[in-house]
Ligand binder design. Structure first.
Ligand SMILES: *Cc1c(COP(=O)(O)O)cnc(C)c1O
Length: 296
């Protein structure tokens, strides 16, 4: 894991010039080829706490293509700890690329039915004799937000008027809110359909420290829902790659970049605005697509 590999990519395009907008992309995806950029930031405080409590095993939850599960497997191994992944759904005959990699990083996989998966407390109660450190699905929590706040310390953010990032659990966005300046607007693009509970979940992580902060969640760019990737999104991701050599993922960052372009074209930003998009990684999840669907 090498944070010095992070850089910003300046995007040059007619749609930006026409509206007098500058756009940089913070390339957290460059940290590691398979482990998602933002997840490592979110996990760090949890792993530090587990170590401080002398707990040897970290357990968490996720689906078959979860960036969080894979990042947990990787980060715990880096810290010299063991990991257990509680995976949603029956054990498949062939593991997904994500789970195969997680297993390679030493994670023990425990499959539970979709019904069982809904009851996290009951699952935890089935391991009464284990002294495990449990991390919420997606790394949601105050510590996760604190870890994500570190993302904005990797560069000088003072020049940007807007910081834009994808939203799943909202933990990363909460971290960005905590670390941003009072003159910066944070915009979250929700990758889920109608996830109206997200506003409160973000508030729960930020309100004590930054009640006055400026942020917005946009719910218009889910492309049909979480995990949905219609042809229009795939075509867009390929176009962006051809024009800018910027690889995007189908779950989060593809939708976010699309949203930025659409919002710029709809004159959502004042001329002179300087935008920073967080490329949060997630490229390993593109392996769920058949070969050659994407141009990279
Ligand atoms: C998990 C993830 C997100 C969402 O982060 P949250 O903190 O859950 O909102 C965004 N982008 C990528 C690539 C991710 O893996």
């Amino acid at each position: 894991m090498d944070l010095s590999l992070i850089d910003t990519q300046h995007i040059e395009a007619q749609w930006l010039i026409k509206h007098e907008i500058e756009l940089d992309v913070l390339r957290l995806d460059k940290i590691h080829p398979v482990v998602s950029g933002n997840k490592i930031f979110k996990l760090t405080p949890y792993i530090q706490e587990a170590c401080a409590q002398h707990i040897r095993t970290i357990a968490t939850f996720g689906g078959a293509w979860s960036n969080h599960v894979l990042a947990t497997a990787f980060a715990t191994r880096e810290a010299g700890l063991n990991s257990v992944g509680i995976i949603r759904g029956e054990k498949p005959t062939r593991l997904s690329y994500t789970l195969k990699m997680a297993k390679e990083y030493g994670m023990e996989l425990v499959f539970v039915t979709r019904g069982q998966y809904k009851g996290k407390d009951e699952i935890i109660a089935t391991f009464p004799n284990e002294n495990w450190y449990w991390i919420d699905e997606g790394g949601y929590g105050i510590k996760g937000a604190k870890g994500a706040a570190e993302i904005l310390k990797t560069i000088n953010i003072s020049q940007y008027t807007h910081i834009i990032a994808a939203v799943g659990t909202g933990t990363m966005l909460a971290g960005l809110i905590l670390e941003s300046g009072s003159n910066q607007t944070i915009i979250g693009i929700s990758s889920m359909k109608g996830n109206k509970a997200i506003e409160q979940k973000i508030k729960d992580l930020t309100e004590k420290q930054r009640p006055e902060s400026l942020y917005q969640i946009n719910h218009e760019y889910h492309f049909g829902g979480f995990g949905k990737h219609p042809e229009a999104l795939i075509t867009f991701i390929n176009q962006v790659y051809h024009q800018h050599y910027l690889p995007l993922d189908i779950i989060y960052t593809g939708k976010t970049f699309f949203a930025i372009k659409d919002l710029v074209e709809k004159s959502n930003f004042k001329p002179g605005s300087r935008l920073l998009m967080i490329h949060s990684g997630g490229l390993q999840g593109n392996s769920s697509l058949p070969a050659k669907v994407l141009a990279f």
